[in-house]
Write a protein of this length. Structure first.
Lengths: 409, 409
DNA sequence: AGCATTTTCTTCATTGCTCGAAAAAAGGAA
DNA sequence: TTCCTTTTTTCGAGCAATGAAGAAAATGCT
């Protein structure tokens, strides 16, 4: 619902505009800030002065580029120490935990593997709390001001957003993950769906994508997808999907989730191996496929082995029909494939494209461009980092009140 | 991209807020307007005074309800004559054209049937121009100020939004529809996808749906769907889909669009008849199914005829799997079925629900509520009417400048 | 009829924001 | 030193929202 605008709203909006411009462009002089935001020099002076006074921004050293003529510009930048945030990336077999400062620099990071039954022993929330405690103790100087904790997860969230009602990570279902962490550290704590972050982060890594709508597909031990669709006049509307568990064939292959015919059951690592080795597709999938086993199959297929090639064709067909079904609802112009399965793209390309050709939308609008980005962890981290910092910018720092002006006594 | 806020922006925002509140609630006194908008009484006085001065709003007669104690409130309302708009509903076999005033009242309306080959004779744009001309000549007093023309269509729009790149209406493909009309009448002219309007209009007709995300499905000579998903802090993000041409079964039944396996090929009227009468599903579909023929099949099925029941089961299965696939991407909590096929809902219900049960998302989140609304034309018209008027409110009338204040000479 | 009461609406002075123009600051070049 | 260029700040004007006080328009009570 649209709401009333007053002077306070104007302050928030323009402070937020300055912060988001710095977030995207990095440090800028006041003059360039005025140009980039569209605000007048006078307003920039006022706003930046206030933000510096509140220790949200800092002034850099005046630096005259070679052969400069006039007064050297002074850049303003984020004050690293304004606050800190913790970013947790929870994966099926790994957990990474990063302490970052307000400028986005990683201060410290820990990473450990997860046993398959990890969370039958320790509650996920307690596990995360312990990880964060460790980071705090290793970084005493920064420990005081963790203002945000963001956790990347896979699965389906409940309406509160604090609990996973379903997750491919074992023993996570129904456990409140965010609430205990939030309570323990007294900082806003949020769960973020990995697929959505992947799409947003990919946009950050490929600036040439600009404002086009994109879908990012992860192919590995699961199949996941996120969307980043620019809305008119706003931030891109981003969404995670349960693409991996979209039905491909009614009453089809058994999926890890217990359902039949999911895309994942054909295109995730376990699905491809099952097909390749002729295991009946109603046999319950292995709990974990070693990365080496999957890679070996990719290599076999690349040397032309029939059964391996066939398995990747089946996988490509499932993904292709899934994309064609997606395209009837959303219209990403670019699709980015990532994860271990991205290295098998050449093996799946023809069956993906064949499936897309069988859809009306592709025939009419032309097929979307398909790109491959092998590493999936960096876009996820970058997406989450940007998400966290921009939220802090807008919700905390843009809204801080100014010193009340002294009334003339 | 977020943009700078200044006094002008505040004016637009708050004028827009007043107009949108009146649009939703109908005429209101200034005091109630203040309560509903959150603006102060003083601001409401100023804004409404200015809007009245610009002949956008009018004051009603003071009316004291029975037993009222104080000064009777005087309502402000839209000035009917502030401007007019034309709403065109283009269907496969009918065209309806309505002249409406700024308060949303229908001033005049024409409706004619379309021959199947109508647009091989006359260009669609010329046809529409002629229809609008007729309305203008019948309503001379109002003819001067048509400020917006909105056309409801089915199909896939090109990026300009002026042309249908594909449409179930014959001979429409590739013809610029909006541009010639816009040029002829000098008024903003826009094409709107019928599915999206259906979803938005349904929300208007069922206020109890509130802010829940909904999907509206049309089942008839085509299968179409629109989404209305409330975004955080804004208008519901609405989208049309090509649901009817989402693939149901790879290499399946032949669809009117020329592709194989579309949902429509199983669930549109021609698909159901084809199945019921045992016609091979690769036989090209009939160009038009008489409404009576479809209704007769519905009646036969309700009396228990095997082949008819079977056909509706197949149709329900296609729709159910389509919905289950949709649910992996968007999460409408309510699904509204409309169109002629809605009267066959009881025949399809069990197979729709069976298909939904086979999906992970439904198992985890529970199945969406499915509602039936038999009439589809009213929600489409209401959705389009509201869309047009709100656009006029915000883009034209909220942005009109105020009289410049005299400077003291 | 006259006056108090109630509710609606308007007026007024204040506040807080942006903006353009002019002035100040901070360097290099002549 | 003086001039020139570029960046940044200062200053007054303009605009819109606001709370408080006042005006307006009706009813009810004596």
């Amino acid at each position: 619902m649209r709401s009333v605008a007053d002077a306070d709203f104007v302050r928030r909006q323009n402070r937020g505009l300055v912060l988001s411009t710095l977030r995207r462009h990095g440090p800028l002089s006041r003059t360039r800030l005025a140009g980039a935001t569209g605000l007048s020099h006078a307003s920039i002076t006022g706003i930046s002065g206030e933000l510096i006074g509140q220790s949200i921004l800092v002034e850099g050293e005046p630096q005259a580029p070679a052969g400069a003529r006039g007064r050297p510009p002074v850049e303003v930048a984020f004050n690293r120490h304004a606050c800190y945030a913790v970013i947790v990336e929870l994966d099926v077999n790994r957990a990474r935990c990063s302490l970052v400062d307000y400028a986005g620099t990683i201060v410290d990071r820990t990473e450990i593997s997860l046993a398959p039954n990890q969370f039958s022993q320790v509650k996920p929330a307690d596990f995360i709390i312990e990880r964060i405690e460790q980071l705090r103790q290793r970084n005493v100087a920064e420990q005081t001001s963790i203002r945000s904790i963001a956790i990347s997860v896979q699965g389906i969230l409940d309406p509160t957003g604090d609990t996973l009602t379903w997750s491919p990570i074992a023993h996570m279902n129904g456990q409140s993950v965010a609430a205990p962490v939030r309570e323990r550290f007294g900082a806003p704590t949020t769960l973020h769906k990995r697929g959505r972050l992947l799409a947003q982060g990919t946009r950050l890594l490929y600036p040439e994508l600009g404002e086009t709508p994109i879908a990012a597909v992860f192919i590995g031990s699961t199949v996941a997808m996120g969307l980043s669709i620019p809305a008119r006049g706003g931030h891109p509307e981003a969404g995670a999907t349960e693409f991996g568990h979209m039905n491909h064939l009614p009453d089809g292959a058994l999926c890890r989730c217990g359902m039949k015919g999911c895309i994942e059951a054909y295109a995730a690592d376990y699905g491809v191996l099952r097909t390749a080795y002729g295991v009946p597709d109603r046999v319950p999938p292995a709990a974990l496929v070693p990365a080496a086993a999957y890679q070996e199959l990719v290599n076999l297929a690349k040397t032309g082995r029939r059964n391996a090639l066939h398995a990747f064709n089946i996988a490509g067909r499932a993904i292709g029909f899934g994309l064609s079904r997606l395209l009837t609802i959303a219209s990403p112009s670019h699709i980015i494939l990532t994860g271990p399965g991205a290295s098998a793209y050449e093996l799946m390309q023809s069956s993906i494209e064949a499936a897309l050709r069988e859809s009306l939308v592709c025939k009419v609008n032309g097929p979307p461009a398909i790109m491959v980005h092998h590493d999936e962890r960096e876009p996820i981290f970058q997406g989450l980092l940007m998400d966290v910092l921009e939220t802090l910018d807008q919700t905390v720092f843009a809204t801080m009140a100014s010193e009340p002006r002294l009334s003339r006594a």
